[in-house]
Design a protein around this ligand. Structure first.
Ligand code: LLP
Length: 435
């Protein structure tokens, strides 16, 4: 952890540059650039709200993960998925995790090697399982007793498929700490403490159609405490030893800083914590250890740019700055109370003295993007406002609430830029409506 970044900064300081995508730079006039493109020019071409991803940074983060874990890293595609992203993950040689037939279809559509796909889901439908089986996905992660029966009924005798079971380890990770739940109150997986995981294991040993080759667990998301992962390893190790399998996937969950003062946890530290504890727990070096990061791969690599539409100053109470997106392109503040920073794209170095609440254009008071934000006092209607660190669980959780179309998404790299998801139009919305 970088101590300088963990100190609480003066909120009126300019946006900390380490929160912006890596390829960002600032012109002499204070305007934001990314990999040779002026951000306001990208906006002129594609409009707002606009997600801008630094493709080089996604690639370098993928390479870094690979350097620490080998190719046994599965990108959790729920964090952000489109064809360009699936292709990138393939090109970087990682595995990919999908959690629905929709995600699987996007990934298959670019010719992603099926053996590098991991299929999750606590309630996979027969159609989803059939698609996964016919495509030949590498591993299906079994989540329930019902699913054992369902899968067995779909697999012809003599053609067994390789599966993992998802284990609920009873370790519940919070941002800065973990707790042992002491019970297995989760809709996911088979409880370790309840004994269900052992029953599933014994049941699968008898199966002629399902070949159990590994275990999977995932203890939470946006985790800053490496101790939580260490605890996960400690709890899973004895069960892994008794299971007689070779593969062990510890899931994703590594936390990333969203706002000033939150720590940066390097992939190297995560890898070292996992590897050291794997060794200490007596897991043999022949075991295939996997991880499944989503947020930490893509989260820091993007920002969302909006245009300010109205500024409403309510004397003595609050200043509302309304932008042309909101909870439909980033529901995280509403759902989880997540914090974001905000700044003006054309005045990156400006001090942000004005306390504001950045809200969207949706018809509810809870439609807040940044509750306690700071902007330069000169902020005015028509300015471009950005929120950094929106690369994970932003677009992927976007909705059409109030019939607002989903934003466009642009990938920028050292050679140029390209639109990877076009803006959703009213005709797109009307095309679903059969009248
Ligand atoms: N593997 C499994 C089985 C998962 O369920 C998840 C996330 C991941 C991997 C990736 O976790 P990550 O590395 O991204 O933390 N919408 C929430 C996060 C939900 C995470 C769900 N599962 C948010 O915006 O914070």
């Amino acid at each position: 952890m970088d101590e300088t970044q963990s100190q609480v900064a003066d909120p009126t300081e300019p946006i900390p540059l380490h929160l912006l995508p890596q390829g960002c730079g600032v012109g002499r006039d204070g305007a934001l650039w990314i990999r040779g493109q002026r951000v306001s020019d990208l906006v002129k071409e594609f409009g707002t709200p606009l997600f801008i991803y630094d493709e080089e940074q996604i690639r370098s983060r993928a390479k870094e993960l690979k350097a620490h874990f080998g190719s046994d890293v599965a990108y959790a595609s729920k964090a952000f998925l489109c064809k360009a992203m699936a292709r990138l993950v393939d090109e970087e040689g990682l595995h990919i995790d999908v959690a629905s037939g929709g995600e699987l279809s996007v990934v298959l559509s670019v010719g992603f090697p099926p053996e590098r796909i991991v299929m999750h889901g606590n309630n996979k439908s027969v159609a989803e399982l059939e698609l996964a089986i016919s495509a030949g996905v590498g591993r299906i992660v079994i989540d329930s007793f019902d699913e054992i029966e369902r899968l067995e009924s779909l697999i012809p005798r003599g053609h067994p498929i390789e599966v993992w079971i998802r284990v609920t380890p009873g370790v519940e990770a919070h941002t800065h700490e973990f707790i042992m739940t002491g019970q297995d109150d989760s809709k996911f997986g088979f409880g370790l403490l309840s004994g269900d995981a052992k029953i599933a294991l014994d049941r699968l040993k008898l199966s002629e159609r399902l070949n159990l080759v590994g275990l999977h667990a995932h203890i939470g998301s946006q985790i800053f405490s490496l101790d939580s992962f260490v605890k996960e390893v400690e709890v899973l190790a004895p069960f892994f030893a008794s299971a007689g399998v070779e593969e062990l996937n510890f899931g994703g969950g590594l936390g990333i800083p969203y706002v000033s003062g939150e720590p940066v946890i390097e992939f190297s530290d995560w890898a070292a914590a996992l590897k050291d504890s794997v060794k200490a727990a007596g897991i043999p070096s022949s075991a295939r250890i996997m991880v499944e990061p989503g947020r930490s791969l893509v989260g820091p690599t993007a920002m969302t740019v909006y245009e300010i539409g109205t500024i409403k100053e309510i004397q003595g109470i609050r200043t509302y700055v309304s932008v042309d997106g909101g909870m439909s392109d980033n529901p995280r503040p509403v759902l989880y109370g997540s914090g974001y920073e905000t700044f003006l794209v054309d005045s990156v170095f400006a001090r942000r003295e004005r306390r504001v609440t950045v809200v969207g254009k949706h018809c509810e008071s809870g439609d807040i993007l940044v509750k306690e934000g700071q902007l330069p006092s000169a902020a005015k209607v028509g300015d471009l406002l950005a929120t950094p660190v929106t690369g994970a669980y932003g677009y992927s959780m976007a909705s059409n609430y109030n019939k607002v179309g989903r934003p466009a998404v642009v990938f920028v790299n050292n050679r140029g830029y390209r639109l990877v998801l076009r803006r959703e139009t009213v005709s797109d919305l009307l095309s679903l409506d059969l009248g």
